[in-house]
Design a protein around this ligand. Structure first.
Ligand SMILES: Nc1ncnc2c1ncn2[C@@H]1O[C@H](COP(=O)(O)OP(=O)(O)O)[C@@H](O)[C@H]1O
Ligand SMILES: [Mg+2]
Length: 442
């Protein structure tokens, strides 16, 4: 069991052991601790434990109050330092109370105590299982700071970089087809065994293209994969890097790949990949042509095996992709609209934390033919909000059926031709109906 005093003692103990043992590095500190001591691209010894660092690392508001009753603790009022007055006593106190799991989650402690505690626990495994430093926000930030000076900051507005710890979506939250599961499994294996793949000279691996209509989970799966594999996630929308800075586009493409290489191992997610096709087939500006060529070349040159970058492209319009782009991906993963069974599963997942009377996902699935995962989320949101207007937080199956009907009406509106015909509907529906003509051009 964890308690504030145990948490603070663990923190103090970890800090002294880490400070003493030069064999240990950042990977041996739990992320919640090393974040606090991270400065200028490293964790510097000694780790100074104060009420402030202890509070930040443990989440305990008043760390000194939590441990001041223990015989072996001491505080320097002037500096705010908190320390052990009797190290031996502190260790035995801690080892008597700490769970094996807590030790396993802390490689520094496993290093020191694996021998002296019961249970299946060893340092190598603990270190292996601790999140690598390159997955921490602080590490990503210090790298970016190093890479870009003040006047290059706008580049960072074009790519979105997420640390795995910031990604809430996990693979368990997503309903996948057998084919998708299979492809994901292959990638995970390839990443695990990339040394072997390099050895046997297999390099054409690690470039995936996700293909399917909007709202089928392409972005979510890519992010969840980053979360699952503890890899930083670099996301760029190809339309963004072109439309804003036309002349700069080729340079932006280069920069994007540079960022990915510097953050590697990481996932580089390029959304709206069909942009490549559009600009290649029409007489666009020469600058864009140059950018597209840069892009295709950069894709050729980046490799999971050599650069530790997993490239995932995504498109809603596979039909618009030409052979030159298509050929560059070694696996195409199809994201179809979910079938009835998948829809029921998605509904189960998104309602996991809710109370629903007479909930019958199979029936709802039958009534939602053609809807995507994203549509189902919208349906649910509407049902929840509608119930809230009646001050209810318990939903019923009926609420969900109503919301489905509402969604379909909205969908009809969306597809209505606003220019020709349907004019009556516009009048009858009230003149303040929102203008839908500019939406959904994806
Ligand atoms: N197969 C699925 N399982 C669970 N949730 C899904 C699924 N497909 C889509 N969603 C949900 O719909 C929303 C939009 O999905 P997203 O990944 O942005 O789709 P896409 O990138 O294909 O347009 C997300 O909140 C996602 O969780
Ligand atoms: Mg998307």
């Amino acid at each position: 069991m964890s308690s504030p005093e145990l948490d603070v003692v663990e923190f103090l103990l970890t800090a002294v052991i880490y400070t003493e043992n030069r064999d240990l590095d950042e990977r041996d500190l739990p992320p919640r601790y090393r974040r606090v001591f991270w400065e200028d691209g490293e964790v510097e010894r000694p780790l100074t434990t104060t009420t402030n660092t202890a509070a930040a690392a443990t989440g305990v508001d008043r760390p000194w109050e939590a441990i001041s009753g223990l015989m072996f603790t001491d505080r320097d009022d002037f500096s705010g330092k908190i320390e052990f007055s009797d190290r031996g006593m502190a260790e035995s106190w801690f080892l008597e109370r700490a769970s094996t799991d807590a030790l396993r989650d802390n490689p520094t402690l496993t290093y020191a105590f694996a021998e002296s505690v019961e249970g299946d626990i060893d340092y190598e495994t603990a270190r292996e299982q601790n999140r690598p430093i390159h997955a921490d926000r602080v590490w990503i930030d210090s790298l970016l700071e190093e890479m870009f000076d003040e006047d290059e900051q706008e580049m960072l507005d074009l790519v979105e970089i997420r640390a795995p710890e910031e990604i809430e979506m996990t693979l368990d939250d997503l309903v996948l087809t057998a084919d998708q599961e299979n492809e994901i499994h292959k990638v995970v294996k390839a990443i695990e065994h990339r040394d072997y793949l390099a050895e046997i000279g297999l390099r054409e691996i690690g470039k995936l293209l996700f293909v399917g209509p909007p709202g089928t989970g392409k972005t979510s799966v890519a992010r969840a994969l980053a979360q699952d594999l503890d890899l930083p996630f670099v996301e760029v929308k190809l339309s963004m890097i072109t439309s804003q800075y036309l002349g700069e586009t080729a340079k932006n493409v280069d920069k994007t790949f540079e960022i990915a290489k510097r953050l590697s191992p990481c996932i580089l997610f390029m959304d709206e990949f069909d942009f490549v096709a559009k600009t290649r087939s029409s007489d666009e500006h020469a600058a864009i042509k140059r950018a597209v060529n840069t892009l295709l070349k950069s894709i050729d040159e980046i490799s999971l095996i050599q650069d530790d970058v997993l490239l995932i492209g995504a498109t809603n319009h596979p039909d618009q992709l030409d052979a030159a782009a298509w050929r560059r991906f070694d696996e195409i993963v199809n994201f179809p609209k979910p079938d009835s069974g998948m829809r029921a599963d998605i509904l189960r997942i998104v309602t996991r934390r809710m109370d629903i009377e007479e909930f019958d996902p199979a029936t709802l699935a039958e009534a939602t033919e053609g809807l995507t995962g994203s549509d189902l989320r919208l349906v649910l949101r509407e049902a929840v909000l509608d119930a809230l207007t009646e001050e209810r937080t318990t939903l019923t199956q009926e609420d969900l059926l109503d919301a489905i009907e509402g969604f379909e009406e909205r969908d009809n509106l969306k597809n209505m031709d606003m220019i020709e015909g349907d004019a009556d509907a516009l009048v009858a529906g009230g003149s303040d109906a929102p203008d839908h003509t500019h939406e959904h051009d994806d």
